[in-house]
Design a protein around this ligand. Structure first.
Ligand code: 5GP
Ligand code: ZN
Length: 114
């Protein structure tokens, strides 16, 4: 997707502070942190949102890979004791970048949903 900011980050056209990368996924610091640790986890292929995944799709593996990796990354940032994983979906869900991403947020006491 040529106009997708996360595709541009994946392609290296926009710089990012990378946390983890492999063939399938990329994790980098959010540019506008809402907590001391705020990492974005994205598949390296363009998928609009979680709405576009199902078990018969090969692309479910990207989400699985991200969810499998998150605890390891949380540990490396010292937040294993408690953190939050969020994926916003669509306009009403507050999704501003239409490329599937999981926010990993921690490093402070989090409120019920904030
Ligand atoms: P959403 O609102 O779609 O769930 O989250 C998008 C996130 O992407 C926001 O938290 C925003 O700060 C982050 N973001 C948007 N553009 C950039 C960028 O160019 N670089 C980085 N590192 N984060 C970005
Ligand atoms: Zn994209």
């Amino acid at each position: 997707m040529s106009d997708c900011v996360f595709c541009k980050i994946i392609a290296g056209e926009i710089p990012s502070e990378k946390v983890y990368e492999d063939d399938e996924i990329l994790m980098f610091h959010d540019i506008n942190k809402s907590a001391p640790v705020h990492i974005l986890c994205v598949p390296k292929i363009h998928i609009d949102s979680l709405n576009d995944l199902n078990l018969n799709h090969e692309n479910i593996k990207y989400a699985a890979r991200i969810l499998e990796k998150i605890p390891e990354i949380a540990k490396s940032f010292g937040i294993s004791g408690g953190y939050r994983v969020i994926t916003n979906i669509g306009e009403d869900g507050g999704q501003s970048v239409k490329h599937l991403h999981f926010h990993v947020i921690g490093g402070r006491k989090l409120g019920y949903l904030g």
